[in-house]
Design a protein around this ligand. Structure first.
Ligand code: NAP
Length: 316
């Protein structure tokens, strides 16, 4: 049995692993379906303290991983498909096949990009539809793209895409944006960015093999029309990755794990949560890393006063 199992490998999970490993808890870390998390899909990170010249997202995550390994954290490749938190020891099932037991668990499974849920969106993913401008923007040199969303992510993605695309249009379902003033102003000042407000995306238009535009409905007139485009970037927020918990831990109405007071303790004693999976508000790499540190310290203190009889790992 493991003293602590950490679920997920973004900044929160890696930081929890570094602290837990340095506390001699020999953490087992389940990597998840996107090892390194969302930062592996970004280019330069300019605001992580300690890197005055910036650092590439994948490099930052690789550094964190090596730092955790250096102190003895072990990694398992795979995705947590279910857990059983009814009693300690807790059970963690990976890829529906491997089972691990733990005295405590740190959940740092992050959040995933939301989908519009319109026809053609999933089918055209990678063929003109993308959820990550920093990953795919390069492929749209000199082309016209749409960015769907009215929040900070949409402003950021649209501004970034103007480096490549000839024209970027922000498509939003309301006439008012949700984005912060500074991000809005930056996008508004950019001459390459155009605006299409108060429309609802209906369907991804295709020529059979790739995206040719987006079918939208005008919310005032009801008119349905196709906006021609080579690419569509969906930037409408994120959903916390908590489905595998099957409501065994208290979550809010959006699925974010609820933690107690200033701590990372969840509704289940011995289970802690950190990073984007419990933070709908700040969602920064540095705040995730900070909460990962807190989770490891909380788990360490919990384990000092709560032990369960030793059992061995079971492979099913
Ligand atoms: P968000 O603030 O939740 O905004 C999501 C946007 O997508 C909203 O405008 C929303 O419309 C729209 N939307 C949601 N579901 C939709 C659907 N089914 N169809 C069409 N439109 C839909 O998410 P976010 O922009 O990812 O930002 C999340 C958090 O990260 C925020 O706190 C933000 O400040 C932060 N962030 C900060 C930065 C930065 O400072 N550099 C960059 C990115 C994100 P409505 O407005 O109508 O609800």
């Amino acid at each position: 049995m493991h003293k602590v199992i950490i679920l997920g490998t973004g900044p929160a999970g890696f930081t929890a692993a570094i602290y837990a490993a340095r506390a001699n808890l020999n953490p087992l870390v389940i990597e998840g379906d996107q090892p390194g998390g969302q930062l592996t899909m970004t280019t330069e990170v300019e605001n992580f303290p300690g890197f005055p010249d910036g650092i590439m997202g994948p490099e930052l995550m690789d550094n964190m991983r090596r730092q955790a390994e250096r102190f003895g954290a072990a990694f398992v490749n795979g995705q947590v498909t279910s857990v059983d938190l009814a009693q300690r020891s807790f059970r963690v099932v990976v890829d529906d096949s491997k089972e691990y037991l733990a005295e405590s668990i740190i959940i740092s499974t992050g959040a995933s990009a939301k989908k519009l849920g319109i026809p053609g969106e999933v089918e055209m993913m990678g063929h003109g539809v993308s959820a990550c401008a920093t990953c795919d923007g390069f492929f749209f040199q000199g082309k016209s793209v749409l960015v769907v969303g009215g929040g900070d992510s949409a402003m950021e993605e649209a501004t970034f895409l103007t480096k490549f695309a000839s024209e970027v249009t922000i498509v939003h379902r309301r006439s008012e944006l949700r984005a912060s003033k500074v991000m809005q102003d930056r996008a508004r000042r950019n001459p390459k960015i155009k605006w299409l407000l108060n429309v609802t995306p209906v369907e991804v238009a295709t020529d059979g093999s790739k995206v040719s535009g987006l079918v939208v409905k005008d919310n005032q007139t009801g008119e349905v029309r196709t906006i021609p485009a080579d690419g569509i970037f969906v930037a409408i927020g994120h959903t916390p990755n908590t489905g595998f918990l099957a409501n065994q831990v208290e979550i809010d109405d959006r699925g974010y794990i609820l933690t107690k007071g200033q701590s990372t303790a969840t509704s289940v004693e011995g289970v802690f949560a950190c990073g984007d999976v419990m933070d709908p508000h700040y969602r920064q790499a540095i705040t995730a890393a900070g909460s990962g540190c807190k989770a490891a310290l909380d788990a360490e203190r919990f384990l000092e006063s709560n032990t369960v009889p030793a059992q061995t790992q079971i492979i099913v």
